[in-house]
Design a binder for this molecule. Structure first.
Ligand code: MEV
Length: 439
């Protein structure tokens, strides 16, 4: 076991690599070679990337893909996507093409409020606290004036401060819940800076108060941080068409297909095992565009899954209805993203993604992301209730299996034809590579 190292972050890149090599990789030179291979040859680009994170010693590539023909609210988008899962982009393209011919996606913002919380413990009379907070609310907001100045110019800022009594759930526990409008930024830094300032002012006003008694002044502020649960930053997307316009899908009539499809959606409403996978299919598309646009996919994932269980049971996030011969699917989810701030202003590929999307506002980006999630979901469930996903998935995965087994260029070319009507798995790929005819 290597000894604990002190001051690792202060070592040069070379020394960091040497330390890892000697402690974990038997001094193999392969490690350094791979790290160097993935460095950008443009030193300016490399320096920029190094600045994004501590202890950065190289870059980590994922494919940057695009999916064209994505019609949302009558705008034709080309969607930039970052995903390592081979079939995600193909499935999305399939879905967007299908719905392009049927009027495309409709999407709308339901609301756009983000919340921050100051968590504290208070042991006094509740009425005193309620009156005290009412009295100081404006002072708390005013104390953030310098931080909120620019945001207010852009139409955002602090919307509301509410006192929340949680003392029935946890002894003496209360919150100041602060609502924000962060306009086009995701706003995490903005919200946290405001909360920390409000917290300082709150503490000072408690001490100065001649309203609270000495024991009531012993309020313990525990922490101040934004909430990544954003159920009031909601967006909805839907697609619909007349039943007969669905056409025959993999041999199923519109009636057979839609009935099976709706059953699959309904199952996700009542079974957690299926709901998680159903939602994972939605997030396949959402994460890919969230990453390509430089947004925080952990925050979005956390919010979306909490939202999926907002009534106490974890459920599928999307709905399917067949009413009056109209087939409709929809998705309503919380999406907190920004089009300014963070790495959206810094990362050249992220900037490119925004450009490809026509430099959308954060509201437009929310609509695009929600539509992508629904399209991905449609494609996955469409495959599941017809041919199954493995056929398409393994077709896309074939190249990975060939590369893994050191196939030559010629073998990769021949494999596409050979596997047209054959099962694809690691064993069948090895067998193919051993056939003389295709070497
Ligand atoms: C695979 O990445 C995603 C699916 O499992 C989603 C689903 O089952 O709906 C195909």
């Amino acid at each position: 076991m290597p000894e604990k190292i002190i001051g690792f972050s202060k070592l040069s890149r070379e020394d960091k690599i040497a330390w890892i090599s000697s402690n974990f990789l038997n001094d193999s030179s392969e490690f350094k070679n791979i790290l160097n291979k993935y460095l950008n040859t443009d030193t300016e680009v490399q320096t920029l990337h190094n600045s994004f994170s501590e202890n950065s010693i190289s870059n980590f590539y994922l494919p940057y893909s695009v999916s064209p023909n994505f019609l949302i609210n009558n705008n034709n988008y080309c969607i930039p996507l970052v995903s390592e899962e081979s079939s995600v982009v193909a499935a999305l393209s399939n879905s967007s093409k299908f719905w392009f011919e049927r009027g495309g996606f409709k999407s709308k913002i339901i609301n756009k409020i983000k919340t921050g919380q100051i968590h504290f413990k208070y042991k006094g009379r509740k009425e005193s606290l309620i009156k005290f907070i009412d009295d100081i609310k404006l002072d708390l907001i005013k104390s953030t004036d310098l931080i909120t100045k620019n945001m207010r110019v852009r139409g955002g800022g602090i919307e509301e401060i509410k006192l929340i009594d949680k003392s029935n759930d946890l002894d003496f526990y209360f919150q100041l819940s602060v609502d924000f409008n962060t306009v086009d930024s995701m706003g995490a830094n903005f919200i946290n800076s405001c909360l920390e300032q409000i917290s300082i002012t709150f503490e000072r006003l408690i001490n100065e108060s001649d309203y609270l008694n000495e024991s009531e002044k012993k309020i313990k502020i525990i922490m101040s941080i934004l909430s990544n649960y954003t159920p009031e930053c909601l967006v909805e997307a839907s697609v619909e068409c007349d039943l007969d316009k669905l056409g025959t899908i993999s041999g199923l009539s519109p009636h057979e297909f839609s009935s099976k499809f709706k059953d699959a959606f309904d199952i996700a409403q009542i079974d957690t095992g299926r709901a998680v996978t159903h939602n994972k299919g939605i997030m396949n598309g959402i994460d890919a565009i969230i990453i390509s646009t430089g947004n925080d996919f952990r925050a979005v994932e956390a919010a979306v899954h909490a939202f999926a269980s907002s009534d106490g049971n974890y459920k599928g996030l999307s709905q399917c209805s067949i009413i009056d011969n109209k087939f409709k699917i929809s998705l309503k989810i919380p999406i907190s993203v920004g089009t300014v701030g963070g790495i959206t202003d810094l990362h050249p590929m992220v900037k490119l993604s925004h450009k490809i999307l026509g430099n959308p506002s954060s509201s437009d980006l929310m609509k695009i992301i929600c539509s992508v999630g629904l399209a991905q979901n449609f494609s996955a469930v469409k495959s599941l209730v017809t041919l199954g996903i493995q056929k398409g998935h393994m077709k896309m995965h074939l190249i990975n299996l060939l590369m893994k087994n050191n196939a030559s260029k010629i073998q990769i070319e021949n494999a596409k034809e050979y596997f047209k009507n054959k099962k694809i798995n690691n064993q069948s790929v090895i067998e193919f590579l051993n056939l003389k005819d295709f070497k």
